[in-house]
Design a protein around this ligand. Structure first.
Ligand SMILES: Cc1ncc(COP(=O)(O)O)c(C=O)c1O
Length: 368
């Protein structure tokens, strides 16, 4: 089976973990944690990094540190992973869903402005499948209505908007290091920020709310959202390789885009976009199936699975999920969710494997 996204781990990760284990620092103290935080923040072009146990709690930590809660509204795209909305609900605030942009699949800034009310406190733009959001337009809306911006960059480490890395625009930005992400720590997450006060507050909240100057004294109710030294040990080694991983993912995207041109020109599929202002990191290279000749997305997934190719349907929009059911109109997200399929995108893939995938896709459209 060619997997959709597998981690690429080597001797460096192993050696760091061995060092962490031998040092005895296997929980959330140890040298790799501050090293990973500092180096990841620097990579994103921000001052502070706060490592967490996963990306979902990074979002919750960011929202909590901004004091978002009961009675507040937070604008999120409906086409995103469920964790974006769940983190808002954990605070007691209400996620308000917004439709996607048809050209690049992330949240549509024009529709964000339409969703702002007197209760809106924040916007969470999600850089979906590795493509950045249109941050200038989003930051302008945030400024106009005095809203916080929390970037959900779980799928887009290293992606750039007009030459600047994602994770450096928002008041706080959140990343995931789950096993299938651009870099991994197994499970893991990070909040990045330029705001010292927020970084310090998040570190306190991540550690049960313990006063940093008075052990076992709790001024606030916090959480245990700490990353372990062993996770950070893997993260430090992965960070050394992040540019190589991204270059490889962009090369894979180029191979797919060139090889699938014929289908795209015939109007049978749409290729993974990259806007002129974007550097996409193609976390998962994805295409839209236009459902002509009776070959729809689900049939393609089934057929590719039979020849050993793992794929993924697009995320379902959150507004159709039972806990979040809304009657709003989100036609673009609904269409994308029906047509979208992600192809194998691991940095470990070589051109022969991509050719195998492409030849099977072509054969399924045109026959042998
Ligand atoms: C857009 C988005 N947000 C948040 C998350 C949550 O991250 P984690 O799985 O590390 O909790 C993910 C992870 O898949 C994601 O894709």
């Amino acid at each position: 089976m060619i997997p959709i996204a597998e981690p690429l781990l080597g001797e460096e990760e192993l050696n760091n973990v061995i060092e962490a284990v031998k040092s005895g620092w296997i929980s959330s103290k140890g040298k790799f944690i501050p090293e990973f935080e500092e180096r990841f923040a620097k990579y994103c072009g921000v001052k502070y990094g706060v490592a967490t146990s996963n990306g979902t709690v990074a979002l919750h930590l960011a929202l909590t540190s901004l004091e978002i809660g009961q009675g507040d509204e937070v604008i999120v795209p409906t086409l995103t992973f469920i964790a974006t909305a769940n983190a808002v609900r954990y605070t007691g605030a209400k996620p308000v869903f917004v439709d996607s942009h048809p050209d690049y699949w992330c949240v549509d800034p024009k529709k964000i402005e339409e969703a702002v009310t007197t209760k809106t406190k924040a916007i969470i733009p999600v850089h979906l499948y590795g493509h950045p959001c249109d941050m200038d337009l989003i930051m302008d809306i945030a400024k106009k209505y005095n809203l916080f911006v929390i970037e959900d960059a779980a799928e887009a480490h290293g992606a750039e908007y007009k030459g600047k890395k994602v994770g450096s625009f928002g008041d706080i930005s959140c990343f995931s290091f789950y096993g299938n992400k651009i870099i991994t720590t197994g499970e893991g997450g990070m909040c990045s920020t330029n705001n010292k006060r927020l970084a310090e507050k998040m570190k306190i909240l991540r550690d049960h709310g313990m006063n940093p100057n008075k052990r076992y004294w709790y001024d606030v109710i916090g959480f245990n959202y700490r990353m372990t030294n062993m996770q950070a040990a893997v993260g430090v080694a992965q960070l050394e390789k992040i540019n190589k991983f991204i270059d490889k993912k962009r090369e894979i995207a180029k191979w797919y885009t060139e090889a699938l041109q014929k289908l795209s020109r015939s109007g049978l599929i749409k290729l993974h976009p990259e806007m002129h202002w974007a550097k996409c990191v193609y976390w998962l290279y994805s295409i839209l199936i236009e459902n002509k000749f009776g070959l729809n997305r689900d049939l393609l997934i089934e057929k590719l699975n039979k020849v050993g190719i793992e794929t993924r349907p697009f995320l379902n929009p959150i507004h159709i999920m039972p806990p979040y059911k809304r009657n709003g109109k989100f036609p673009i997200a609904e269409q994308l969710a029906k047509k979208g399929i992600s192809l194998p995108s691991s940095a470990s893939l070589n051109i022969d494997k991509i050719k195998y995938v492409v030849n099977n896709v072509l054969q399924m459209f045109f026959g042998s």
